[in-house]
Structures are given as C-alpha cells and as structure tokens.
Design a protein around this ligand. Sequence first.
Ligand code: ADP
Length: 161
Amino acid sequence: MTIAIYPGSFDPVTNGHLDIAGRAARLFDTVIMAVFDRPNKRLLFSTEERMDLLREATSAMPGVRIDAYSSLTVDYARSVGANVMVRGLRAVTDFEHEFQLAQVNHTLAPEIEFVTFMADQKYTFFSSSTVREIASLNGDVTWLVPLHVVVALKKAYGYDE
Ligand code: ADP
C-alpha cells in the first residue's frame, strides 16, 4: 500500500494542482492533498475554506483525500504512514526551490521518496497567486480553476452581488 502526500498551500486549489493530484492517484493507492496550515505567506482563504474547496474539487477523484497539518511536513507524512511526497514542477524557476526542499526533506526523512511531476503544458504558466491577482481585479479565472472556486473567489473579493 503506497500512501503519498501532496502538500501545499492550495490558496486556492487550481486546475494545475488537480492535474498533478490526478496523475499521482494513478500511481499511488492513496494521495492525501495536505493543506499547510500556516505557510509563510499572506493567505486569502482559511485552512477550513481551502480544505472545503479541495474536497469539492476532488469529490470525483477516487484515492484522493484531503487533510491539513501544521507540523514539519516530514513529521506529518510519517504520522499518516506516507512513503511518498509529491510536488509539481512548472518551470526551471520552480526547480531550485523544489530541489532544495527535496534534499532537506530527504535528509530529515530518508525513508520517504520525493516524487516530482512535470506540470502539463496547459498549466505551467500559472499559480494560485496568479489566480488571486486576476480574480482580485474581477478578471475571468474560469479557465484556471473549478467553478466553485470561481464563486468563492468572487465572494472573497466582493464581486458576488
Ligand atoms: P506551496 O506554498 O507549497 O508552494 P502551492 O499550493 O503553491 O504550495 O503549490 C503546491 C505544489 O503544487 C508545488 O509543488 C507547486 O510547484 C505545484 N503547483 C502549483 N501550481 C501548479 C500548476 N499550475 N501546475 C502544476 N503544479 C503546480
């Protein structure tokens, strides 16, 4: 039984994240999309909101579960019995950060394998922060995130009347 965690801020979840989770679910028995409770960045959505958006987005994805954590990622991975940690790689600019993260985590937890998926071409050019930036100016994000996330973004930025 291979349990993988896919940790991230998911503020909010995008089609790029969902593509990675779906592909990981084809390789591993269980993929836990784990919302990091307190990343070192300003958040738009609370942990509960980020989890709810993820739950709805993955409701038709067998093998994908949603959880949250606030500890060291490798400690969380161990606590759920995960032997794999999944991340996504969009471009060379992601590489250095992800490489460093994988090296540090591998040193802390050599029993966990770090697997990086190359983002699909369709999703390489955007992140949650791009989505927030467009949505904050009432731009169209229907092509970047699921519909219920569009609705949540409109509400968060006061464009929902
Ligand atoms: P973090 O704050 O941990 O970077 P994110 O929620 O921004 O969390 O991203 C989580 C993971 O998903 C990271 O490995 C990131 O590279 C990957 N990711 C983010 N956006 C995309 C995308 N559009 N396509 C593929 N992977 C992505």
